[in-house]
Design a binder for this molecule. Structure first.
Ligand SMILES: *Cc1c(COP(=O)(O)O)cnc(C)c1O
Length: 378
């Protein structure tokens, strides 16, 4: 028995993480380094183990997170890393950004000035350009105008501008219209960089590749590839294949707590949404929506039991759910079942589960809750 409560848990395979890093390196040009995106607790995989593995075993130096708390955590796991905060930090925390030697994404001149006004020490930053995502960043009609604003920011005392970056909105699409949209986003940031060079400003970093761009439109001018979802072996978009060798790290498992026979007319779970129309064997499983296994999977999801897919019947409860194991006579109390992962010849991926209830694999793995211990396998 392992040293954790055998109820619902996620197994995270670190040797697969190292393999995924090798695949991503093989996609990138020699001049492009991976910036490992480890926001949201490394997409639910656990930032401590993931960051330590990447920094100590894979030699990854660049990390990206969403906020200052995440950045400080990464700093404690990787003392020498370059850590970029992609999202917002209130300017009053500027001194902490400096103290922990974090790099802040800067979205406007106004924000740059507010940061500078709140710190006695210089702050490292990368300037974010909005080339079409419509979320955050400097927004201009021409690269020359954009470069002029960036030039102004580089003159702010206490700010050390090390790079510029942008984020693609549809790099995970093979629709021709979307491809040309991304082409324009890419061209804008490249031209902005070149305009800066004309102004005598040669920044060390220029980056625009996310996972999708790393897979489908790798460009040697991006000094960093901000790889998030492919690091964890999932698809930027389920409809497009990802390069061979990228495989998921996480499996989600739980246990059968009870098995019973039901008769026609017997009801299962809240709301009586399921009524048996024949004799069936129903098993109860020790996982529910409070573990991050969505209630939207009620009556829709499937679970692997001894390598056989068993349908969920009735509503997923907070801590438990029921499934039909009529097809698996050997299923019994105490058996381990697989909600995400491989069992025998079959596999249920987070991407597949996501498509069952209309979301993306990103949300499935990020949504596995704190109650679910992460168990690391190497
Ligand atoms: C989350 C994020 C990424 C990583 O995206 P993936 O699709 O997971 O690779 C890269 N850049 C920015 C700005 C992000 O917010």
């Amino acid at each position: 028995m392992k040293p954790y409560l055998k109820r619902a848990w996620a197994e995270v395979n670190l040797s697969q993480l190292r393999k995924n890093v090798e695949v991503i390196r093989s996609l990138n040009s020699p001049g492009t380094e991976i910036m490992a995106v480890v926001k949201a607790d490394a997409y639910g995989h656990g930032d401590e183990h993931v960051v330590r593995c990447l920094a100590e075993q894979c030699g990854i130096r660049f990390f990206a997170v969403s906020n200052l708390d995440e950045a400080i955590a990464v700093r404690s796991f990787a003392p020498d890393a370059d850590i970029l905060i992609l999202g917002y930090t209130p300017p009053e925390y500027a001194h902490e950004i400096a103290m922990y030697n974090i790099i802040q994404g800067v979205v406007s001149t106004e924000y740059a000035e507010a940061l500078a006004a709140n710190t006695p020490d210089p702050i490292r930053c990368h300037i974010k350009i909005d080339t079409g995502m419509g979320r955050i960043g400097l927004k201009h009609d021409t690269p020359a105008a954009c470069a002029a604003e960036i030039e102004g920011i580089t003159k702010i005392e206490k700010l050390s501008v090390e790079g510029i970056y942008t984020h693609f909105a549809v790099a995970d699409s093979d629709d021709p219209d979307n491809i040309s949209y991304t082409d324009r986003q890419e061209q804008f940031i490249l031209d902005t960089y070149d305009e800066l060079v004309k102004l005598g400003i040669k920044l060390r970093h220029l980056h625009f590749m996310n996972s999708a761009a790393t897979c489908y439109r790798n460009n040697s001018r991006s000094t960093l590839s901000r790889a998030g979802i492919i690091l964890y072996g999932l698809h930027p978009d389920i409809s497009l294949d990802i390069p061979e060798g990228l495989e998921p790290l996480m499996e989600l498992k739980a246990v059968i707590s009870h098995v019973k026979n039901v008769k026609p007319g017997d009801c299962i779970s809240y709301g009586r949404t399921f009524t048996a129309d024949r004799e069936m064997r129903i098993a109860t499983v020790t996982i529910g929506y409070a573990d991050g296994y969505s209630r939207l999977l009620s009556g829709k999801g499937e679970i692997l039991v001894h390598g056989v897919r068993c349908p969920i019947v009735g509503r997923v409860c907070m801590d438990q759910l029921m499934m039909d194991v009529s097809g698996v006579p050997e299923a019994k109390s105490g058996d381990i079942v697989t909600l995400i992962g491989r069992d025998g010849d079959d596999i249920i991926t987070a991407d597949e589960l996501a498509s069952v209830y209309g979301t993306i694999g990103y949300e499935v793995v990020c949504g596995i809750s704190k109650r679910v211990p992460r168990i690391y396998i190497d």
